[in-house]
Design a binder for this molecule. Structure first.
Ligand SMILES: [Zn+2]
Length: 429
């Protein structure tokens, strides 16, 4: 965080020399210093949960827990989501993830819990000397606006709507013939990050991709897409949640948006709030749970903004929604075990998923093979608008991206993102 503001103050002092390159892809990478990389490399991997169960009575109602439970198939994992567990690590016979205390109790009563422990500040701590490694809302906004300003012939920034707390949700558009919200008949590709607050790397990947495209805009392999496609990059859908997650000098392990719930808790899981089999599987009607689906489908301003965004742009053909973490590329359906009915689309999903898996080293599969979770953005975008939509679960071993990881994760994901551009004009080719 500090680096950008430092760079901006340098730009004020030396307006002629410093402004041109500071948001370029290379400049963003240069902001990650060797000291930061080392500081991050020194961070321990998440500790193993203790083998002996702590007393359930000691659970703190306001705390979050890391829980390991018994589960060996998609159906049992789906049931865990419905009890509010945010599944992170999937093993052969166990699953680990985050939960509020009531979820820990519910799972314990079913005899499923193997271990759990509180998430404390030691784990959710700030990276030593590395707080510049990712971009908060103000910095993300500044980078997007700067990229548009420096490439104003082909790039523009507009807000697709406002969050619960009134923040603009900014989107960068790259199109050689249309600006802002003007209509375009060119085939569209849409890259979206940070549905979930604590998944900060899911903001960095699309943000770096935007910078990379602008830096390489004159290379023939990039220029051909800029000239012929309508490209949208929206790195941070849930800035309220992001800002809360990093507020107060400690991380909050927060997932949802910031709407106030009837029981006094906060937040709807935005990626369970879309209107396809809404709240039927793998999500919960219990407001305080991490997988709360909301009062109704599209109850949240952030998901409403995405609904309108797609409705206004029938030219969008391809889509990636970034999340962390799991090294997965998931395609519809996620909300039902059913296959998508169109054989043509089924083949396209599998082919494109496999191709992008080769570029990233991720595993590609139908989303419900993992577990069933209905109401997510990709199922809805495909079902409602026929968009070939993929969920990426990026690399990582915690939600707070190491500077060293950003570099590697970004560069392989640029390959996959470029591949998607190559498929946008004719995904079935
Ligand atoms: Zn997520």
């Amino acid at each position: 965080m500090r680096f950008l503001s430092l760079l901006f103050s340098v730009a004020v002092l030396f307006p002629l020399s410093a402004n041109a390159l500071e948001t370029s892809y290379e400049a963003l990478l240069r902001q990650i210093t060797p000291e930061q990389k080392e500081a991050v490399a020194a961070l321990p991997a998440p500790a193993k949960a203790v083998a002996v169960l702590p007393d359930l009575k000691t659970l703190d109602a306001s705390a979050r827990y890391w829980v390991t439970v018994r589960a060996s198939d998609s159906r049992s994992r789906t049931a865990l989501l419905e009890d509010g567990l945010d599944i992170i690590d999937i093993g052969k016979d166990t699953v680990s993830g985050f939960a509020v205390s009531d979820t820990v109790k519910a799972l314990s009563e079913k005899g499923l819990v193997l271990s759990f422990r509180g998430i404390d500040e030691a784990e959710g701590r700030d990276f030593p000397a590395s707080d510049a490694a990712y971009h908060n809302y103000a910095e993300t906004t500044a980078v997007l606006k700067e990229l548009a300003a420096q490439n104003s012939d082909i790039a523009s920034v507009f807000s697709i709507g406002k969050t619960v707390e009134g923040r603009d949700i900014w989107c960068l558009r790259i199109n050689s013939t249309a600006k802002g919200t003007a209509k375009s008949s060119k085939p569209g590709a849409f890259y979206l990050g940070n549905h979930h607050a604590r998944e900060h790397l899911s903001n960095e990947v699309p943000l770096f991709f935007a910078a990379w495209l602008m830096e390489n805009r004159n290379k023939p392999e990039v220029k051909k897409y800029i000239d012929t496609l309508d490209i949208y990059i929206l790195p941070m859908l849930n800035p309220d949640g992001v800002e809360y997650d990093i507020a107060g000098g400690r991380y909050h392990m927060y997932r949802k948006n910031m709407s106030k719930n009837s029981d006094g808790s906060f937040g709807t899981d935005l990626n369970r709030n879309y209107d396809f089999l809404w709240c039927k599987y793998g999500s919960s009607h219990t407001p305080r749970y991490d997988t709360f689906c909301g009062k109704s489908a599209f109850s949240e301003p952030e998901s409403q903004a995405i609904r309108k965004f797609f409705a206004d742009r029938p030219n969008i053909k391809t889509h990636i929604s970034y999340h962390t973490y799991g090294k997965l590329i998931l395609y519809p359906y996620g909300g039902t075990y059913d296959e998508v009915p169109s054989e043509k689309d089924r083949k396209a999903f599998a082919k494109m998923g496999d191709d992008m898996a080769r570029m990233t080293g991720y595993t590609s599969e139908k989303s419900s093979d993992l577990y069933v979770a209905s109401g997510d953005s990709c199922d809805w975008a495909y079902k409602e608008h026929g968009v070939l939509a993929f969920t990426f679960e990026l690399d990582g071993h915690n939600f707070y991206p190491s500077a060293g990881e950003i570099d590697a994760v970004v560069s392989k994901n640029i390959k996959a993102a470029m591949y998607l551009l190559g498929k946008t004009a004719n995904p079935y080719n």
